[in-house]
Design a protein around this ligand. Structure first.
Ligand code: PSU
Ligand code: MN
Length: 305
């Protein structure tokens, strides 16, 4: 597929034309999800992890109004340094593109751009979801709507418990989005392997995952799939510590009346500050782990076509 606003880098473009495996990667995690300079180092290592597992990485962002699929190392550095890059989700894309601005893409907008390029697999850390207190605030991430409509498999470590995970899973069920536990019956909560909620189906190999994904699309059941890949045991963070930091961050967000798209970056920043090195280390490791599984899944999907 092509689009006049889309720039797919030559390596990614060749891989897609040859039916080779490609994994999309988002950029809000770089600009708004982790501190500089670790964010750049991690983004680059995530790319090499994808390569080491047999697929071509395609980090996605908007640069000077162009939808970029596959960034250079300098472009990743630029995004990682930029303190005021716009966080661009679905509704921000028209403005960012029309004005020729830079935008870091969320799960939702990365899915959209990956879809335009013809990429089927995407690795990230955690997806957005239904926020706690959404009954009052209506704060539901556009990521969930996108999962309802765009045909991409998103490999993540579940969702952070800054969200209401129960309501997030209900929303995904309503919209027909499969939530597949990879080697687990439990939906993970990013830093921890069990959110207290189950998944509705499980796959124990990438071949099994690929079959379910291909079957969904062959049935013309459009929309995404959540592959819930728990953080490796040895990197999981103590749930108590994380929950305390999250409670404090939520109270602060409420007192400061943070709203709209500022909510998630604010909470992420505060939780990272409060839990220090441990949570960042966990964050890094779970992203590598997701990149690994996504690459293996992309390899499998390329075989099964
Ligand atoms: N959750 C994380 N880390 C992140 C994000 C969410 O644990 O970096 C980012 C992702 O880019 C996600 C976005 O798509 O935040 C969701 O923002 P919002 O809740 O405003 O839709
Ligand atoms: Mn929101």
């Amino acid at each position: 597929m092509s689009n006049k606003y889309l720039d797919v880098n030559p390596e990614v473009s060749r891989a897609l034309a040859d039916g080779k495996p490609v994994v999309a990667l988002e950029s809000t995690i770089i600009s708004h999800g982790m501190p500089y300079p670790q964010n750049v180092e991690i983004a680059l290592r995530v790319e090499s992890t994808v390569r080491d597992n047999g697929a071509v990485p395609a980090t996605i962002a908007v640069l000077q109004g162009r939808l970029k699929v596959g960034l250079t190392d300098d472009e990743i550095e630029h995004l990682g340094r930029g303190r005021d890059t716009i966080k661009a989700s679905r509704r921000d894309l028209p403005f960012v593109v029309a004005q020729g601005l830079d935008g870091a893409t969320t799960v939702a907008s990365t899915m959209i751009i990956a879809g335009l390029a013809g990429i089927k697999v995407f690795a990230t850390g955690g997806i957005g979801g239904v926020h706690r207190g959404a009954q009052q605030t209506f704060d539901i991430s556009a990521d969930l709507q996108e999962l309802a409509r765009t045909n991409i498999a998103v490999v993540c470590a579940g969702a952070k418990s800054i969200l209401d995970i129960g309501l997030t899973l209900e929303y995904l069920e309503t919209h027909g989005v499969p939530v597949i536990g990879f080697g687990t019956d439990r939906f993970p909560a990013f830093y921890t392997r069990d959110s207290g909620f189950g998944v509705h189906c499980r796959a124990d190999s990438v071949a099994e995952l690929a079959r379910v994904i291909q079957t969904k699309w062959a049935l013309e059941l459009d929309g995404g799939i959540v592959v819930a890949n728990p953080i490796p045991e040895q990197y999981a963070v103590d749930a108590e510590t994380i929950n305390r930091a999250i409670q404090k961050a939520l109270r602060e967000a409420e007192n400061k009346e943070i709203s709209g798209k500022e909510v998630t970056p604010f909470l992420l920043g505060r939780v990272t500050e409060a839990t220090g090195g441990d949570s960042l280390r966990a964050n890094i490791q779970l992203v590598y782990n997701n990149a690994r599984v996504a690459a293996r899944l992309a390899v499998e999907l390329a075989k099964q076509v």
